[in-house]
Design a protein around this ligand. Sequence first.
Ligand code: GAP
Length: 581
Amino acid sequence: MSKDAATMEKIVSLCKRRGFIFQSSEIYGGINGFWDYGPLGVELKRNVKDAWWHDMVTNPPTGPDGKELQMVGLDAAIIMNPKVWEASGHVGGFSDPMVDCMECKARFRADKVYTVTVADGQTLEMMGDIARFLVKYKGQPTPSGLQPELQASVEADSTEEAAAMTIEAIRGVARTQNLEEWKKCELAEERDSGDHISNIQFVVGKSGQKYTVLVPIALDTGRLFGPPPCPRCHASDSLTEPRSFNLMFQTYIGATATDDDVAYLRPETAQGIFADYKNVMDSTRIKLPFGIAQIGKAFRNEINPRNYTFRSREFEQMEIEFFCKEDNVMKWWEYWRDVRIKWYTDLGLAGDNLRPREQTKDELAHYSKVCTDIEYCFPFADEPQELEGVAHRGTYDLTKHQEHSGKDLTYFDDDAWQLDKDKYADKAEAKKAKQAPPYRFLPTVIEPSAGADRSTLAFICEAYTVDESRPSPELLKFHPRLAPIKAAIFPLVNKDGLPEIAEPIYRDVKKRWPAAFDVKASIGKRYARMDEAGTPYCFTVDGETKENGTVTVRDRDTGHQERIDKSRVVEYLLDKLNIGI
Ligand code: GAP
């Protein structure tokens, strides 16, 4: 559990209570990995997607050369010809290793299950050596014959998280197997083994200190550390060998449901862009460099969806495939990395929680030269987690689709040809040159690929604020562009002609922005409800409005109030929200 797990619980509870996020089909017990956005959540997520579309497609920042960027949009079908997924490598390779518990039927990602092995000092030393051996000779058979005293296992995203869970896991196994010695063990000390895969801890049982070592089972192919018990039910020897599990959801087209009718729900929106890239070029007058953007649903049959909406089975992506020439691709990669970081920062992820991180050589896809993961420190995890990847995909996808479809997907640079064509006096030579680089080639691609749900969750976590000095201490400090409701209009009391003055103001505001009108409960409670919804401004019509035509405006973040003329409410919001109509 992360240090901020309690904060996360409060955020989840607020999101449910105020209608941001619900568990899907909750009345039937829910369904793991699927979420619904309630009345406030749907507005918030739409604002995230609208902000992305506006800032990346309709009005992107000028390019590194100061020129206007060419961006167009696309809305491709979710189900595509299955050959798309064969070409992209998803049919063959989009899989995670998984293990099943034969006792409790739980399923785990093998690369996220760690064995916790309790042993004496000498055995540990040998295990330490072997752990290093495992890293060096990944997948090689390893020597065996070591006798650990106890084995437990945990499922975790990182060695650090696994380390934090070990004591509970050891106690769980001790209870299941009745090992008195370890039922009440405590952590004595923790030491990073320095090899990034294992972690050494000193634990104290009844009869003194022992050691544990943590190793991911996916690396322990020789099962040196023995078959680990199930991380959930702790049954021993109940986990299957790791098996490859394709993450694509499969369905059938038409009534016969034979193997020939298999189709997939898309696991990413990107391939729709590559498949339509030629249509876009042929139907517009667009020239390199240019980008095609798409927002849409993607589906992955994640083995263990977790951390709220962070890893879901149905989610939305906001993806750009930016096509450019190979010789200036790094300039475009840097451009998109910086633009994307700035986008998150401008919308409120401005503090230390946003952490761009360049992928190491080991992490990069085989076709990718560089990739920056834009990560965010969510309260549920001790380490930053990915919101978006800005990747250099080279010509990988277009090459594959060209090969598999047999269609020519090359780009012809007519501008370069017009400049150079007179250099070729010989007609045959000119014809040949025209069909080859630098005039005809497959463009190189930079892909900023973001998750709409992960961004929305990050904006919620960042906005979540507790201010104990307020009567109702929880509030969401959303950036005004993202706030689901931009303004609320309150008559102080539901009589004395005040609702009649407030209603026209409300009607005027809601012509431009989502607004709320509320006459019920005390004014303090109404402010508190709007604070929890993240509404930046509340306007109150009171007795003084009748005398001098002014209303109060209350600022969500400061609680500060001022009076303005009631005729200036829209003007005030236009100025303060600064988000246009
Ligand atoms: N086209 C490249 C691609 O799909 P990815 O890193 O697999 O790359 C891109 O996904 C983004 O989609 C991630 O950074 C994340 O924001 C989002 N995403 C991926 N899997 C997700 C899941 N199971 N639940 C929610 N969002 C997910």
